[in-house]
Each structure stands twice: as structure tokens, then as C-alpha cells.
Write a protein that binds this ligand. Structure first.
Ligand SMILES: Nc1nc2c(ncn2[C@@H]2O[C@H](COP(=O)(O)OP(=O)(O)OP(=O)(O)O)[C@@H](O)[C@H]2O)c(=O)[nH]1
Ligand SMILES: [Mg+2]
Length: 453
């Protein structure tokens, strides 16, 4: 696709620094840089993938900046168009002056994500890869960045294309069967089709299951520490974060508000949230504290439900959240070995700890990592990383399930309906890869990018 206009934007963060990079993309890129610069290497300037040292000149032809210009000839550039990158001194006043000179010379300011959108429209990458660019830039962990790099290189796209090929092969066989007489059923068509569908469904299921852990890898996870007053919540927050973050004390109801501390578990940033103790209270402030605790629970990725070892544990203490929850029995240092043994038998999945002595804390961290299923970029599983991909993959999974059910039903399988479901699944795969995306979807994907990418 050839876009007729030329866009310009700063590709590096705003502010002072050694260098800032300004990106220009479109058919007029070369003309624009020629208009606003002077160089004494007249014949050798602006060759593909070569750098040219230039003086940037103002409207009166007076130089005010020395920059290095790199030219990428279409289609061998990020966007697939003629692209110029100006590396200038990292001073916002210089950067803004160059951008505005580019605009008066024929470029227009780029929209957020417009360079990547052009790369997508010019077939340099599919929509899954384009999304990986945004995720790579915003990923909060090295693991997340590595994973997004793999997806940018095409790992997930390859997986989608493999599924597409398998579904297409299946569809061809089903439609061939529909075209010939019923008596000539291809041998083992149903059993072989069911086997293929089972394999595809398993791949999709794994990709979907890892979506949540990947989200935590990119964005970080929220872990809420809750339980009755005096359960040892704030002491555990301080113990896990290694800082004296929250006030602790023997008085029940010490913590009234939510208190946050950041830690890293297996490379994933985790925000620990200490909360007000859950109890019925007439005190207005304490009541508000409990409301806030409940709000944090609904937004959490995992809840630590604390019960102290020195008071009887009731079922209601453990039913704090319907989401992932780890039962933590605190103050184990106050217990005899016999009591700890009793707890281990009665609550086999609970973590028994003492935040005072750190007993059981490493095991709690392991349990937390396991519970949240924190993802490793080294895993051979290729996960879906965005909400859009997750939603579409669920639809594909649904079509495959319907096809499986139709083929498994007794009597002659309704192959027309199977064919309809498979076609739907194929359309959804094209939607994941961006082959059939509407402007609205593209705007929502690229609108979340930063300007200059
Ligand atoms: N022996 C022992 N005491 C603990 C332990 N953890 C907490 N405590 C004590 O228990 C009391 C309550 O601890 P906090 O951490 O303030 O309890 P909390 O759950 O935050 O209490 P509220 O904020 O009032 O809801 C304090 O006196 C702590 O020193 C522990 O592991 N062992
Ligand atoms: Mg507290």
C-alpha cells in the first residue's frame, strides 16, 4: 500500500539527553531532509543504510545544528517506505525546531503508532507482530521483553498459520465429502478429523491459559494481603518487602488504609497490598478501610488470606476471595512443633509462616510464583499476549468445540454445519493476524502506541 503523505515524529523520549532521534517516513522523506540540511558530500549523501553528517539549517539557510542522518530506501525500512532518521543533540528546543522545519517542508506530525501502522499496511508485519512492538516497548520485565521479541519475530504468527493450514486441510476434506455421494465416505474421515481438532484445541488451550501469566509478566501482578485484624498482615508486608513500610502493633485495627510495596518474584514485578483487617465495625474510618480491602481483592491477581496460628481457624476466614487464594497461617513461632504438624495435616495447601523469624517465607514465595503461574520467556509455549488476541482465540476455540461436538454426535455427521464452523474459525484466524481488520480495530490497536513508534 502506498501512502501519499510523509509523517514526522520524535522517536526518543521527550527531554534532555545525549541524542534524540527524529523519524520521517513517506515518499517525500529525502526531499524534506535535503531542504532542511546542508552537507559537503554532495554526491554520496543519503544512500540506503548509510549515514550522512549534515548541518540542519533554518528558514534563512543558517545552520543551527549538526546531525547524523540515516536513510532507508523503501521497501527495506521499518515502515516499508523511504525513511529518514535524524540523530540530533538531545535538547528539546533543537528537536522541536527540526520537527517544525520538517512540517513546513511537507511532512505532517505522525499519529500515535503510525510508523508501525504503516509497517503493517505495507506488509512488513502482521497485526500480532505489530502488537508485540507496543508490548515490547511497555514491558516492565526483561522476561516480558524477551517474550515479546519472540512474538515480534513471528513465533505466534507461525503458530496461527500452522493452525490455519490444518483447519484448511480439514475443511477441504469435509467439503470434498459434501460434494461426493454419501456412500463414498472417505475412510476414517470422522476419526481423523476429530484427532486434528483435538490437537488444534490443545494448542489453543495452552496459549489461552498462559495469557494471564503473560499479562503479569508485562504489567506486573497485584497480590493482596488480607485477613482479620491482628493476623500479621502488615508484619508480612514488611518481611516480604524487606523494608519497614507499614506500622504494626498488637492493637487490632492498626492499618486503616491500603499500603503498597513492590517486590520482584522470579523477575516479575509484584505489588504487595497490605489492607485493613476484615471485621464488622461501627467505626466510619474502619468501615471505609474494609470497603477498600474488598475493592483491592476484586482487582487482585492473587490473595494471601492470613489466619494467625494462635486463634482457631474458621471456614469464613478462608473464603475471602473467589479468585486465586493462598491460605497463610501466620505467627508459627508461637506454636509447638506438634501444632505445626497438626496444621500441616489439617490444611495441607496452606503456607505456615512466621514473619518474625522468616520461617516458611521462601516456601510462601514459591507458592505465590506457582499460583500465579508466572511465565518464562524460555518456555516452548507461545502465549497470546493481548486482550484482542485472547478474545479471538476464545472464539476459535468455540468453533472447534462445536465442530468436535458435531462430528462426535451419533448418526451421520452434519458436515455442512462442521464446514460452517471451520470457515468461521478460519475467518477468526485472519482477524487475529489482521488480514480482515476494520479501521476501528486498527485504530484501537495503534492508538495505544506512543507517538514516534
Ligand atoms: N510472634 C509473632 N508475632 C507476630 C507475627 N506477625 C505479627 N506479629 C505481631 O502481631 C501483632 C499484629 O501484627 P500486624 O502486622 O500489625 O497485624 P495486622 O494484621 O496488620 O493488624 P491490623 O492492621 O490491625 O489489621 C503485632 O504485635 C506483631 O508484632 C509473627 O510472625 N510472630
Ligand atoms: Mg496492619
Amino acid at each position: 500500500m502506498i501512502l501519499s503523505d510523509t509523517i514526522v515524529a520524535v522517536a526518543t523520549p521527550h527531554g534532555f539527553g545525549g541524542i534524540s532521534v527524529i523519524r520521517i517516513s513517506g515518499p517525500d522523506s529525502k526531499n524534506i531532509i535535503k531542504k532542511i540540511s546542508l552537507t559537503n558530500r554532495k554526491n554520496k549523501q543519503f544512500k540506503h543504510q548509510a549515514v550522512t553528517l549534515v548541518n540542519i539549517i533554518d528558514n534563512d539557510g543558517l545552520p543551527f545544528e549538526e546531525s547524523v542522518v540515516t536513510f532507508f530506501k523503501k521497501p527495506h525500512s521499518y515502515t516499508g517506505e523511504d525513511t529518514i532518521e535524524v540523530s540530533c543533540h538531545g535538547n528539546p528546543s533543537i528537536v522541536n525546531r527540526i520537527v517544525s522545519l520538517c512540517c513546513t517542508s511537507g511532512a505532517r506530525p505522525a499519529d500515535p503508532g503510525e510508523f508501525t501502522k504503516r509497517a503493517f499496511l505495507n506488509g512488513k508485519m502482521d497485526l500480532v507482530q505489530a502488537e508485540a512492538v507496543a508490548s515490547l516497548i511497555h514491558s516492565k520485565t526483561a522476561e516480558g521483553a524477551s517474550l515479546n521479541f519472540k512474538i515480534l519475530c513471528g513465533d505466534l504468527s507461525k503458530e496461527m498459520n500452522t493452525i490455519k493450514k490444518e483447519l484448511k486441510d480439514l475443511l477441504v476434506k469435509i467439503e470434498f465429502e459434501l460434494d461426493i455421494s454419501e456412500d463414498c465416505l472417505q475412510p476414517n474421515l470422522v476419526s481423523r478429523s476429530l484427532l486434528s481438532l483435538k490437537t488444534i484445541q490443545a494448542t489453543i488451550k495452552t496459549a489461552l491459559e498462559s495469557h494471564n501469566s503473560v499479562r503479569m509478566l508485562n504489567d506486573g501482578a497485584n497480590v493482596v494481603i488480607c485477613g482479620a485484624p491482628n493476623a500479621g498482615k502488615s508484619t508480612l508486608l514488611n518481611c516480604l518487602s524487606g523494608i519497614d513500610r507499614a506500622i504494626t502493633g498488637p492493637e487490632a485495627g492498626t492499618t486503616r488504609d491500603t499500603i503498597r510495596a513492590s517486590i520482584s518474584i522470579g523477575g516479575t514485578p509484584v505489588t504487595l497490598i497490605d489492607t485493613a483487617g476484615l471485621r464488622v465495625s461501627k467505626n466510619k474510618i474502619e468501615k471505609e478501610g474494609v470497603v477498600r480491602t474488598k475493592k483491592e481483592i476484586t482487582r487482585s491477581d492473587c490473595v494471601l488470606a492470613l489466619t494467625p496460628a494462635d486463634i482457631p481457624i474458621k471456614k469464613k476466614h478462608l473464603k475471602i476471595s473467589s479468585g486465586p487464594t493462598i491460605h497463610v497461617i501466620t505467627k508459627a513461632d508461637l506454636c509447638t512443633k506438634k501444632k505445626i504438624f497438626y496444621f500441616k495435616n489439617k490444611f495441607p495447601s496452606a503456607c505456615i509462616i512466621s514473619a518474625k523469624t522468616s520461617f516458611g517465607v521462601p516456601k510462601l514465595l514459591d507458592a505465590l510464583q506457582k499460583h500465579m503461574g508466572l511465565f518464562s520467556s524460555l518456555s516452548p509455549i507461545v502465549p497470546v499476549t493481548t486482550g484482542r488476541q485472547n478474545l479471538i482465540l476464545k472464539k476459535i476455540s468455540c468453533c472447534i468445540q462445536k465442530s468436535t461436538n458435531l462430528l462426535s454426535s451419533k448418526g451421520n455427521p452434519q458436515l455442512e454445519l462442521v464446514s460452517f464452523e471451520l470457515r468461521d474459525a478460519l475467518e477468526q484466524i485472519d482477524a487475529v493476524l489482521g488480514k480482515t481488520s476494520t479501521d476501528e480495530i486498527l485504530n484501537s490497536v495503534f492508538g495505544s502506541f506512543c507517538v514516534g513508534k
